[in-house]
Design a protein around this ligand. Sequence first.
Ligand code: NAD
Ligand code: ZN
Length: 352
Amino acid sequence: MKGFAMLCIGKTGWIETKKPVAGPYDAIVRPLAVSPCTSDIHTVFEGALGERNNMVLGHEAVGEVVEVGSEVKDFKSGDRVIVPAITPDWRSMEAQRGFSQHSNGMLAGWKFSNFKDGTFGEFFHVNDADMNLAFLPPEISLENAVMITDMVTTGFHGAELANIKLGSTVAVIGIGAVGLMAVAGAKLLGAGRIIAVGTRPVSVEAAKFYGATDIVSYKDGDLAEQILKLTEEQGVDSVVVAGGKPNILETAVKITKPGGSIGNINYYGAGEFLTIPRIEWGCGMSHKNICGGLTPGGRLRMERLIDLVKYNRVDPSKLVTHVFKGFDNMEKALLMMKSKGKDVIKPVVLID
Ligand code: NAD
Ligand code: ZN
């Protein structure tokens, strides 16, 4: 089969590779729609996972099941499914502890284009199909469905980690697709004021659509100062970090009220340490919580998010700024995510 792959750090291209084989609990899926992620860019162009040779890229896909293993009970060939970016090993101690993302090793629930070929091939392999696939309801479009697999779940996880309370004030730093879903998640969790930090008009407009009450541009001066001024020097109850370089965590600590929470879903690709400002962290005694997490995956998570879309609690369609038809456009879509022009939030590639 053909797959669009990382050839080595910095290089992508089409390769001919072996069609995956299903073990007893697994499924083989043919993608119907895929989307490149900022993480694919980190993987290929920044070597975020280290060197990988001829590894099929991608972890965001909806598709059609073409084969299931002998022990798969709920899915069969021909079913249309949403495939989460994170497909944990559910028979692991980490999953029993409630952290399936880290099943059998830190971040090891992330398998696609990490430990095995990803979703940008003619076929891809899904471990533990009954626990990791979810049925795609006919009323959800392929474009919206593919947003659920990573962008919706990740943005919402940021909001979950930020411990948002009814009526509380939230800042969302970075309003790419993930941050936009953090804005939507904050609204669903009952935030009062939602301050979104971003600049590009396409993102700003979407942030307002998803529930931002205030917009701050990090290009208009010191971000912490701007947000403290906006909140009469009080800061915010919760911060979701969904963009920025490693020093953005310092800003997050500065703008969080004592006892507040920072939910980080941002990826930090450089430097050995992340730093916390001592004074603003109360010399160690501020009760400001910092929690960073890989998004949850798995079937139940997908089914719950599907319901949020199906029952009109969230509409992911504003994230999809470009739709391509045909696998041949994979490279174009990936490079679009790299250069991220003014009008781009997420491209989706539909496959016949
Ligand atoms: P994105 O690049 O589209 O969005 C990030 C935004 O942050 C950009 O618009 C950028 O302009 C903005 N930004 C840069 N510096 C900033 C600053 N100082 N202040 C505020 N905004 C700033 O990326 P995305 O697809 O939305 O993903 C966001 C992050 O989430 C990435 O780091 C990605 O790797 C990560 N991610 C994490 C998970 C997870 O499971 N935790 C899953 C998917 C993606
Ligand atoms: Zn992703």
